[in-house]
Ligand binder design. Sequence first.
Ligand code: ATP
Ligand code: MG
Length: 352
Amino acid sequence: MKKIILTGDRPTGKLHIGHFIGSISSRIALQNSGDYDKLFIMIADAQALTDNYGNVQKVRDNILNVALDYLACGLDPNKCCFFIQSMVPALTEITFYFSNLVTLARLKRNPTVKEEIKLRGFEESIPVGFLTYPISQAADIGAFGTTIVPVGEDQRPMIEQAREIFRSFNSTYGEVFAIPEAIIPKTKSQARLVGTDGKGKMSKSLGNCIYLSDEPEVIKQKIMSIYTDPNHIKVSDPGKIEGNVAFEYLEAFATDESFKKYLPEYKNLDELKAHYRKGGLGDVKVKLFLNNVLQELLQPIREKRKILEKNPEKVYEILFKCSKEANLIAEETLRKMKQAMGINYQDYFAKK
Ligand code: ATP
Ligand code: MG
């Protein structure tokens, strides 16, 4: 079976360290392994409009931000096809036929959508487009014959729903869609990186992010004010690791190498945690260590991005070229769907 990878991001802001650890690092590993037939990365502008319909400019402006972040992280346009969702109109038509295969009750059960509705304060006034975005996400995945989807934990229910839609289509009309697998980081902190406020996942829409392009002093200031253990007041107090954002981030980003380089009095994270739990280790020391780890990760990304920012037209050129290529592939899938459904009337009646 062909190995086709598809993943994407909503252009609702610049990318953050949660994207990096939850999804971009897997994409880069897959890209560098060379072990795939095609790698698609979609900037999901149409999906972003489902909850930003009144703010098109935000979505439009962030297409460039997201693409710059991809390139700065090392995603290579010679190896990946970066495209803009709304420039592939076949996706909308595929969504329309898929929507017959999903019930309203099933959509309402999706735990990620439920949480997002709550966080966005939609209550009963949910735009239909927002509630149904998992169907359009299934169209994005299915249109390219995707077999692997590298994503964060919040996307697990979307992939599950897409798999159900593909099975339903295949059994109702005939085999058109491969059943894809999600690749989700194994550790909890990486699969769902918590926001700096410690309340929920780090999310562009919630403003609790450390962005890949943040300046060094901004990164430091954000780290120094992250949520830790409110009862750990004096250095000598025993501290709690659970729910402590500093330790969540160290879990996700620090390696034994980081300890050797920046905090050699501890061998690894387990030793640091044990000391914190016992008492005698202050938050400032932990945060300064975390600052060193994140500054090292983000410096080359930020610097590369600054160079790329000077030539936005080159970035748009890549996006437009890939979007055309993606459109041809999605149109071919739509043709196969219509053939399986028997609504390819010209061919169908020509044969009679
Ligand atoms: P928005 O708030 O607009 O939904 P977001 O920050 O949730 O933005 P998305 O564009 O929805 O970002 O997600 C893009 C990809 O990054 C998805 O694969 C998603 O699972 C992953 N991702 C997003 N946030 C995190 C996070 N905090 N930890 C790990 N992975 C994440
Ligand atoms: Mg999201």
